[in-house]
Design a protein around this ligand. Structure first.
Ligand code: HEC
Ligand code: HEC
Ligand code: HEC
Length: 359
C-alpha cells in the first residue's frame, strides 16, 4: 500500500492549499481531480466490504488504516468546516479531491456540500477501488491519477488467478518501499566530567526510510520531536527538553544549543506573512520544515550544566516521539474531547551515562 500512499502524500505539499481567499465567484476546479461535471459514475465502484468477501486480509488491514478514515476523521471534518466558512464553499473540492477521489469525481462534492448527505462509497474515502482502478498517472501531484472504473483490477501479482469477480492486471511500475523509521542515538563527548562542569551530549537522529521524510505527509499536523531527560545519581531530573508542559505541548529547553531555547523538533510548522505560526494551511505563506530527508541524519548538541554538589553518575535518555496532532490544534478546532485520547508513540529510544568526578 506504501507506493500509492506516498504519491498522494508527496502531492500534499505540491499543492500547499496556500494563498488567501479569492474574491472571485469561481469555485476551484480541475478537469481531472475536481471536475465541474461528474466524470465517473458513483455506482461504477464497489464498496470495500464487497472486496472483503474474497480479500479478507486486505479488507481487515484497510479498515483500520488512515485510508478508511480519510472522510470520517473528526479532525478532517473540522478542518473542512472551517475551510468551507473561510471560502464560502468555493474551494470545497480541494481537500476532497484526495480524501475521496471517487466522490469528488462522481459529482457528490459540490460547493457547500454536507457530510451527512454523502453516499456510502464517497464516505469510504480512499477505498480499494480508488487505488486499484488507477489506470495511469497524469501528473505526480494533487490527485493526478486517472480512475478507470470499467478497467481491470490493477495490482502487483505477476500472473493473477482468474477470478469471477473481476479482471486482474499487473502494474509493473509499483515499487516497494523499504519499511523503517527513525533511530536515535545519544552519546557523551567525555565519559566523565568534573561536578560543576557542563556535560556535552550529542543526540543523533537518523531517518532509516529511503523513500520519504521523517515525519512525512501532513507534517504540520503531526508532531515529532526528541525528548531528552538527564537524571543524577539520586534519580532527580537535572535537565529535560521535550517533556510535556501543562497544556500537553513539548517543552523547549533553555539550554538546548545550537539554537538556544530550541526544542528538538522534527516536524514542521506553517507560518503567515508575519512569521506567526498558523493552523490552517490555506492561511499560511510559508512551510518551515525540520523533517529529516530520506536517509538523512541530524546531530543536536545539548549542554547540560551540573552543580558542584551533584552526585553521579548522570544518566541521559533520548526518545523520538510522534503523535498525530497537537493538543493546541485539537482545541483550536473545538475538539477538546479528543485531547486525552491523543497517543504518543515512541519511535526510538537510547541512553547513556556520564561519571561525575569530585570538583
Ligand atoms: C492507497 C491505495 C490502496 C488502497 C486503498 C488499497 N490498496 Fe490494495 N494495494 C495497493 C498497492 C500499492 C499494492 C501493491 C502492494 C505493495 O506494493 O505492497 C496493493 C496490493 C493489493 C493486492 C495484491 C496482493 C498483494 O498483497 O500485493 C490485493 C489483492 C489488494 N491490494 C486488495 C485490496 C483491497 C481488497 C483493498 C480494500 C479493502 C485495497 N487493496 C485497498 C494499494 C491500495
Ligand atoms: C469473488 C472473489 C473476489 C472478489 C469479490 C474480489 N476479488 Fe480481487 N481477486 C480475486 C482473485 C481470485 C484474484 C487473483 C489472486 C491471485 O492470483 O493470487 C484477485 C486479485 C486481485 C488483485 C490483484 C490484481 C493483480 O493483477 O495483481 C487486486 C488488486 C484485487 N483483486 C482487488 C480487488 C478489489 C478492490 C475488489 C473489490 C472491488 C476485489 N478484488 C474483489 C478474487 C476476488
Ligand atoms: C494532494 C492530496 C491531499 C489533499 C489535497 C489534502 N489531503 Fe489531507 N491527507 C492526504 C494524505 C495522503 C494524508 C495522510 C498523510 C499522513 O498521514 O500524514 C492526509 C491526512 C490528512 C489529515 C490527518 C488525518 C488523521 O486523522 O490523521 C488531515 C486532518 C487532513 N489530511 C486534512 C486535509 C485538509 C483540511 C485538506 C484541505 C485543505 C487536505 N487534507 C487536503 C492527502 C491530501
Amino acid at each position: 500500500m506504501k507506493t500509492l500512499h506516498t504519491i498522494l502524500t508527496l502531492v500534499l505539499f505540491a499543492c500547499g492549499g496556500g494563498g488567501s481567499p479569492s474574491d472571485s465567484d469561481e469555485f476551484l476546479s480541475d478537469a481531472l481531480s475536481m471536475p465541474r461535471e461528474p466524470t465517473v459514475a458513483l455506482d461504477g465502484f464497489a464498496s470495500a466490504e464487497q472486496c472483503g468477501l474474497c480479500h479478507e486480509a486486505h479488507y481487515r488491514e484497510w479498515s483500520t488504516s488512515g485510508h478508511a478514515y480519510a472522510m470520517s476523521d473528526p479532525v478532517f471534518r473540522a478542518f473542512v468546516a472551517v475551510r468551507q466558512e473561510h471560502y464560502g464553499g468555493k474551494q470545497d473540492m480541494f481537500c476532497l479531491q484526495c480524501h475521496s477521489p471517487i466522490g469528488t469525481r462522481g459529482g457528490e462534492i459540490v460547493p457547500g456540500f454536507d457530510f451527512a448527505e454523502l453516499q456510502p462509497i464517497t464516505l469510504e474515502g480512499v477505498t480499494c477501488e480508488s487505488c486499484h482502478k488507477v489506470a495511469s498517472l497524469a501528473r505526480p501531484y494533487n490527485s493526478g491519477h486517472v480512475l478507470e472504473p470499467g478497467g481491470p483490477m490493477r495490482g502487483t501479482i505477476a500472473e493473477p488467478a482468474v477470478s469471477a469477480a473481476h479482471e486482474s492486471s499487473v502494474r509493473a511500475d509499483v515499487k516497494r518501499l523499504l519499511a523503517g523509521a527513525a533511530r536515535v542515538d545519544i552519546a557523551t563527548v567525555a565519559t566523565s566530567v568534573r561536578a560543576g562542569d557542563v556535560v556535552d551530549l550529542l543526540v543523533t537522529v537518523e531517518n532509516n526510510i529511503s523513500g520519504h521524510n521523517f515525519p512525512t505527509g501532513s507534517t504540520f499536523n503531526r508532531q515529532a520531536w526528541i525528548e531528552v531527560v538527564v537524571r543524577d545519581g539520586d534519580d532527580r531530573i537535572v535537565f529535560a527538553t521535550g517533556t510535556l508542559d501543562a497544556s500537553g505541548e513539548p517543552r523547549g529547553s533553555s539550554r538546548a544549543g545550537p539554537g538556544e531555547g530550541e526544542i528538538l523538533r522534527l516536524g514542521s510548522i506553517l507560518v503567515d506573512a508575519r512569521g506567526e505560526p498558523v493552523l490552517f494551511p490555506w492561511r499560511a505563506t510559508e512551510h518551515v520544515s525540520n523533517a529529516l530527508g530520506p536517509l538523512g541524519e541530524r546531530v543536536f548538541r545539548l549542554r547540560v550544566p551540573t552543580t558542584r554538589a551533584a552526585r553521579g553518575p548522570l544518566s541521559a535518555e533520548a526518545r523520538v516521539l510522534f503523535r498525530a496532532f497537537s493538543p493546541t490544534a485539537l482545541r483550536a478546532l473545538g475538539l477538546d474531547e479528543y485531547v486525552t485520547r491523543l497517543e504518543i508513540h515512541e519511535v526510538s529510544r537510547d541512553r547513556t551515562s556520564v561519571e561525575l568526578r569530585p570538583p
